[in-house]
Design a protein around this ligand. Structure first.
Ligand code: ATP
Ligand code: MG
Length: 264
């Protein structure tokens, strides 16, 4: 796969916090329409890689391209406008806004300033469309009963779901999810899998950081495994258990060698 036909192309990315080298020469290419699981032990650099891709952390070196456009030089809000949205591992919500207001604020943040245009017919139509979309997504992720509660007062699992709603309000073509099912009831997990499969069938590319192997097996077409900041495997979910480098990463045996993660 070349840079031009990759949806996302991460090249030679490195990041250190002080003397802690968290990402080292990370290369990941993701094709349009893939569902990729980003795996690895705690502290292996998964969230940091998501932060670098989405502009929340700057890399020390390397590049990130989205559909051929270099994005590692852009601020996070501009990266969203390229079609990439994300959720956070530990979402924090504002205390003075309701669940519905947070979803609506996400639409405003992603799509610009219909708020400043209020009073015009077009802006009202845009706001109505955003409200309808928020209502639909809240219903799909079972948040309608808490839509008027302060967003900070809902449960940890519900905050995860609200994070997904906010990301989807951007109508992204790529969604990066950081542990979307942590703290979420297993029944709802199945609903999330189904919802993500529907989005993928409509063309959305997905990157999912997740420790739940059932979730990964049900959803992902490919897994990329990080170990101590290096990509050590890129394989199908059913190949993980027999992949020596993956076992070394999780069991802590020395000697895992880095491998460039590609789809071809
Ligand atoms: N802002 C930061 N400042 C200093 N160190 C950081 C920062 N962010 C991450 N790190 C360090 O980078 C390393 C990787 O962290 P990261 O959160 O990317 O891991 P992870 O793979 O997402 O782990 P987990 O599965 O536990 O979420 C850790 O050692 C962490 O302490
Ligand atoms: Mg993490």
């Amino acid at each position: 796969m070349t840079t031009t036909n990759a949806f996302l192309d991460v090249r030679s990315v490195a990041k250190a916090f002080g003397g802690n080298r968290v990402l080292e020469d990370v290369n990941v290419r993701i094709a349009p329409g893939e569902i990729v699981g980003l795996l690895g032990p705690n502290g292996s650099g998964k969230s940091t890689l998501l932060n670098v891709i989405t502009g929340f952390t700057s890399a020390d070196s390397g590049t990130v391209h989205c559909e051929g456009q270099r994005i590692d030089c852009l601020p996070a809000h501009r990266i969203v406008q390229t079609g990439m949205a994300r959720t956070f591992q530990l979402p924090s919500m504002p205390t003075k806004m309701s669940v519905m207001e947070v979803a609506m604020a996400a639409a405003t943040a992603h799509h610009g300033v219909w708020g400043t245009l209020l009073g015009t017919t077009g802006a009202r139509a845009t706001e109505k469309a955003a409200r309808d979309k928020a209502e639909h997504l809240l219903k799909e992720l079972l948040l309608t009963p808490v839509r008027d509660l302060p967003a900070s007062a809902i449960s940890g699992g519900q905050k995860k779901l609200l994070g997904i709603v906010c990301a989807l309000m951007a109508e992204p073509r790529m969604l990066l999810l950081d542990e979307p099912t942590a703290g979420v009831h297993p029944n709802l997990r199945r609903d999330i899998v189904a919802a993500l499969q529907r989005l993928n069938a409509q063309g959305m590319t997905l990157v999912i950081v997740e420790h739940d192997m059932h979730f990964i097996r049900d959803l992902c077409t490919r897994c990329v495994v990080l170990d101590r900041g290096q990509i050590v495997a890129s394989c199908r979910p059913d190949e993980l258990a027999s992949n020596e480098r993956v076992l070394q990463a999780y069991l802590g045996t020395a000697g895992a060698k880095p491998l460039e993660a590609t789809t071809s």
